[in-house]
Design a binder for this molecule. Structure first.
Ligand SMILES: *[C@@H]1O[C@H](CO)[C@@H](O)[C@H](O)[C@H]1NC(C)=O
Ligand SMILES: *[C@@H]1O[C@H](CO)[C@@H](O)[C@H](O)[C@H]1NC(C)=O
Length: 280
């Protein structure tokens, strides 16, 4: 290595050292992924200034600043008016900001920006999404298109979720086994309440060879705010005696993938083999 290169490297290392000894580290933003409409939410931003002085903490929703904390100013807190955001200054400080009675229109990306004071003015940001949600009232409902299996004919099960915002997640269970995905979904906006009503559809093709009822349930969830299971729907078997086992069929439609559900042999015997068209 040439001498000049060594010197340049050494200088670089020294600068790096200075930059790192008094700068921002370990920044961590903790905000609820989802909060119920009308409730309050506390957003938390932790950081380590490593001995440097704090210059400012600024909070943004998308690109709009709504709260600023500058310890050198009197008072140190400043609130900027944004539709739907009401900061409770009495419980907001250099690390956290509390929003009262959140409105649905403030869902979006929230960002915390911290700056160290002179000489470094090192600035760092973290952001995370927060959704203001309206949870479903009641439990989901499963309906099926036939009450008994018909040898090799498809069975259609629909899971109707009470209105929510945003639309809920749905998971089907067949004989207590979780089904990976489902065939299609329909989300109907209820304009007057700004809610979404979701119906998820599971098409089971070539169901047959079973002499026990097929038991179907679905579960709806909305982030960690809501989770509810439907009542069980039973579909009568098509085979009264265990003679004809394992009938397989396949229905085709463009774009849909066909997945074979894998189950332990004992289950295959009781359930028959069926194919599920799923999308993710
Ligand atoms: C639905 O599930 C996905 C995957 O687990 C999750 O990332 C998402 O937040 C959920 N959405 C709702 C509305 O619960
Ligand atoms: C299923 O559909 C695809 C195209 O959508 C076609 O290429 C394929 O041959 C079809 N399979 C059967 C068994 O009909």
């Amino acid at each position: 290595m040439r001498f000049s290169t060594c010197v340049a490297l050494a200088i670089l290392l020294i600068f790096e050292k200075i930059r790192h000894t008094k700068s921002l580290k370990g920044m961590k933003l903790t905000i609820p992924r989802a909060v119920r409409e009308g409730h309050s939410a506390t957003l938390d931003c932790q950081y380590d200034l490593q001995g440097a002085q704090l210059y400012s903490v600024k909070w943004y929703r998308e690109n709009d600043e709504f709260y600023r904390y500058v310890p050198k100013e009197e008072p140190p807190t400043r609130v900027f008016t944004i539709q739907g955001i009401h900061v409770d200054v009495s419980v907001s400080d250099a690390n956290k900001v509390t929003l009262l009675s959140v409105g649905r229109d403030i869902s979006g990306l929230f960002q915390c920006e911290v700056s160290a004071d002179a000489p470094s003015f090192h600035t760092d940001v973290r952001s995370a999404p927060m959704t203001v949600a309206v949870v479903p009232v009641g439990i989901p409902l499963v309906t099926v298109d036939k009450t008994g299996l018909e040898h090799g004919r498809p069975l259609i099960a629909d899971c109707h979720v009470p209105p929510s915002h945003p639309a809920s997640n749905v998971t089907f269970f067949v004989n207590d086994e979780k089904v990976p995905g489902y065939t299609s979904e329909q989300i109907t906006p209820l304009a007057d309440q700004s809610l979404e009503q979701k119906t998820a559809r599971l098409e089971l093709s070539g169901v047959g060879g079973s002499w026990e009822p097929l038991r179907i349930t679905c579960e709806a969830s909305l982030f960690k705010l809501y989770r509810a299971r439907s009542l069980e729907v039973q579909v009568k078997p098509d085979t009264p005696h265990p003679a004809s086992v394992l009938l397989m069929g396949e229905r085709n439609s463009s774009g849909a993938r066909t997945n074979l559900m894998l189950m332990p042999p004992s289950r295959l015997v009781s359930l028959g083999v069926f194919l599920v068209k799923v999308f993710f």
